[in-house]
Structures are given as C-alpha cells and as structure tokens.
Design a binder for this molecule. Structure first.
Ligand SMILES: Nc1nc2c(ncn2[C@@H]2O[C@H](COP(=O)(O)OP(=O)(O)OP(=O)(O)O)[C@@H](O)[C@H]2O)c(=O)[nH]1
Length: 196
C-alpha cells in the first residue's frame, strides 16, 4: 500500500494515510460500474457503458490508519482494451468480474488474469474473481463451483455478488483490502462474510 507524504503533526505520524488502488476488470455489461456504484453509494441504477475508465475515491478511517481507497472502473468494451493496462498499472488489488448468467464472460475474466500475471508478480497484487448478478439465479450459466474451483486453482479470492440486491458487495471490497492490509500490518475493514 502506498503511504502518502508525511504532512507533519503527531496525529499524522500515528495515523498515516495509505492509498489503496482497486481496479475492476471484465467484459462489458458484467456489472463493474454497478458494483462500484453499489459500494460507493449503496444504490443501484441502470447504467450506460463506461467510456475509457471512471474513478471513485472513498476515505476509510481505521483505528491505526486512514485509507484513501481509489476504485478504477474500466470499460469492458473491446474497443477500449488497448488502454486498460494504463489503468491497472500500480493497482494493489483487482476484481475480475464475470456475469454468472453468461459463461463467455468467465472466459474473458481468465484472459484478464493472464494479462495481470504478465504485468504483476503474484505477491504484488491481490486478485479476486467475482461472479456478479446472483439475483438472476434462474438464468445462471456458470455454476458456483466452477468459478470457485478456478479461483482456488489460481489462488484467487472468490465471491459471488449482486450489485442489484446488494449481495456480498461490501465484503468483496473489504476482502481485497483486508488481504493486502494484513500483509502490510493494517486492516482495511472489519466484519462482513468471509470470502472463499
Ligand atoms: N440483475 C442484475 N443486473 C445487473 C447487476 N449488475 C449490473 N446489472 C445490469 O447489467 C448492465 C450492465 O451493468 P454495468 O454496471 O454498466 O456493467 P459494466 O461491466 O460496467 O459495463 P461496461 O461499462 O460496458 O464495461 C446494466 O443494465 C446493469 O443495470 C446485478 O447484480 N443484477
């Protein structure tokens, strides 16, 4: 986690500010923007395709540190693919999002993983595989076990979420923060269901 400049004062010294960058990657329409919006605003609304990348920040005040969480929501449309690596550079965590009602999107998430593995050493970034849209259970094409098994085989965190019904959204952001935070001796959040 990057630590921001020491701007003086004993409070500052005891309570450093860390920047924590999380990037959302995945096919178009899997729900990346909706997950970011749900986490940031606790709301859901029909959204338009992202152009390039959008960017959110949230300040999390912990007991022993302040964390400036930066969420980079990339565009899933192929025409933006060539610029995406500019956005995930320097990320501390990545959410590889697929849509449980669309099997092809899991394949695309696996390709993203290959790109991340080229760019990062394994211990440099926390990666979670996220199957979104669990509220559409009747349209499910990807069994939970399939995502879970792939994640386990590649040592990724795994969760299924619904941005619409607010299922496991906070937990997944907290889990990627917590995993990195533990490595850094900081916890980014408390509570929430443990991810598999
Ligand atoms: N039922 C359901 N629909 C969802 C969910 N999350 C997103 N959607 C819908 O899926 C569509 C695409 O959502 P976005 O959040 O724009 O998807 P995206 O991955 O950001 O798409 P790009 O910006 O094109 O990469 C929208 O119509 C959303 O309302 C969910 O959890 N459940």
């Amino acid at each position: 986690m990057a630590q921001e400049g020491a701007a003086g004062g004993s409070l500052e010294r005891h309570c450093p500010t860390y920047i924590y960058k999380v990037v959302l990657l995945g096919s178009t329409a899997v729900g990346k923007s909706s997950l970011a919006y749900r986490y940031m605003k606790n709301d859901f609304q029909e959204s338009l395709p992202t152009v390039g990348c959008s960017f959110f920040t949230k300040i999390l005040r912990m007991e022993s540190a302040t964390v400036k969480l930066e969420i980079w929501d990339t565009a899933g449309q192929e025409k933006y693919h060539s610029v995406c690596h500019l956005y995930y550079r320097g990320a501390h965590a990545a959410l590889l999002v697929y849509d449980i009602t669309n099997k092809e999107t899991l394949g695309r998430a696996k390709q993203w993983l290959k790109e991340l593995e080229k760019e990062f050493l394994h211990d440099e970034i926390v990666i979670a595989l996220v199957g979104n849209k669990t509220d559409l259970a009747e349209e499910r094409e990807v069994p939970t076990e399939e995502g879970e098994e792939f994640a386990r085989s590649r040592s990724l965190l795994f969760a299924e979420t619904s941005a619409k019904s607010n299922h496991q959204v906070k937990d997944v952001f907290m889990a990627v923060g917590k995993t990195r935070g533990e490595e850094e001796g900081q916890a980014l959040g408390e509570g929430g269901e443990a991810l598999r």
